[in-house]
Design a protein around this ligand. Structure first.
Ligand SMILES: CC(C)=CCC/C(C)=C/COP(=O)(O)OP(=O)(O)O
Ligand SMILES: C=C(C)CCOP(=O)(O)OP(=O)(O)O
Length: 291
């Protein structure tokens, strides 16, 4: 997983074509957050899902980069004063702290737009059929936008004054975090030529994995090590956020991460996927992660 993540980082480091004339501060700000590290979880899922069906890694790579580009934009915007107002991300000062709010907003905008350019490169350079790319573009527009990640973030912002029901928090988790994880799996599956039933299995896997991942993020927000996480935890912020353990307690939250991870893996067992080992491995790794 580490070497695949390093390969993704290598690709991300040259994502903007060299001959494009891009204002210096904008280019620097985009690369600052893209290259600040991060687990590269979503690209790993794209590649593992593609390879689970015998899909080619070079063909999956532009899609893997696209989802990390969207994720990075979402973190830049999430950290802005108008949203979470965070000072640290991926172990470094947040984008707006270094480049200012205007450039940080524009870097996010440019990254989001660039994701669609990157998806198209899978067709231009690696011959991925246009019909598959159309479905991938459609999925990304749906799952990163108003019905997906942005919708989840909007619900999160609206609930800042106090979420009163676990059901509301689950909606936020499913969309602000889960949808991009589901997208990654579906896109990888599409690159590998997965059938409709197999895509449904990947969707079930992604849904439970995404929920487990965000509950784990909430747990680490309370008991995690800031140095390892590279971002502030609740011990360090003014306003306490309503997180999963707030509703059910820490022990039940840990058990829920385990239950959802098992349920995610079961979705793969129930679906005929030629080689699901790497996807299973990622699920197990995420359950034990400390950053
Ligand atoms: C459209 C936008 C801006 C989407 C942001 C989506 C997102 C998953 C933010 C991080 O959530 P978080 O605040 O729970 O995580 P962290 O602890 O990493 O800040
Ligand atoms: C969706 C959430 C919880 C925001 C952080 O995502 P990651 O934990 O994947 O962040 P990086 O490793 O990419 O920095």
């Amino acid at each position: 997983m580490e070497s695949t993540a390093a390969e993704v980082s290598g690709e991300l480091s040259r994502i903007i074509p060299g001959h494009w004339e891009v204002p210096k501060a904008l280019r620097a700000s985009m690369y600052y957050s893209l290259m600040a590290g991060g687990k590269r979880l979503r690209p790993l899922l794209v590649i593992a899902a593609a390879e689970a069906f015998g899909g080619s890694r070079p063909a999956a790579m532009p899609i893997a980069c696209a989802v990390e580009i969207v994720h990075t934009y979402s973190l830049i915007h999430d950290d802005l004063p108008a949203m979470d107002d965070d000072d640290y991300r991926r172990g470094k000062p947040t984008n707006h702290k270094v480049y200012g709010e205007a450039t940080a907003i524009l870097a996010g905008d440019a990254l989001l737009t660039h994701a669609f350019y990157s998806i198209v490169q899978a067709g231009r350079r690696h011959g991925v059929p246009a019909e598959r790319l159309l479905s991938i573009v459609e999925d990304l527009a749906e799952m990163a936008g108003a019905r997906g990640m942005v919708g989840g973030q909007a619900a999160d912002m609206a609930g800042e004054q106090g979420i009163t029901q676990l059901q509301e928090l689950k909606f936020i988790h499913l969309h602000k975090t889960g949808d991009l994880i589901i997208f990654s799996l579906l896109a990888g599956g599409r690159i590998g030529g997965a059938s409709v039933e197999q895509l449904e299995g990947l969707r079930r896997f992604g849904r439970d994995l995404g929920l487990a991942f965000q509950i784990q993020d909430d747990i680490l927000d309370l008991v995690g090590d800031e140095a390892k996480l590279g971002k502030a935890t609740q011990s360090d912020v003014q306003q306490q956020k309503v997180t999963y353990p707030y509703f059910v307690g820490m022990d039940a939250s840990l058990r829920e991460v385990e239950r959802l991870t098992q349920s995610a893996k079961q979705a793969l067992v129930d679906t005929a996927i030629p080689d699901p080992a790497r996807l299973m491995e990622i699920a197990d790794y995420l359950m034990k992660r400390d950053h």
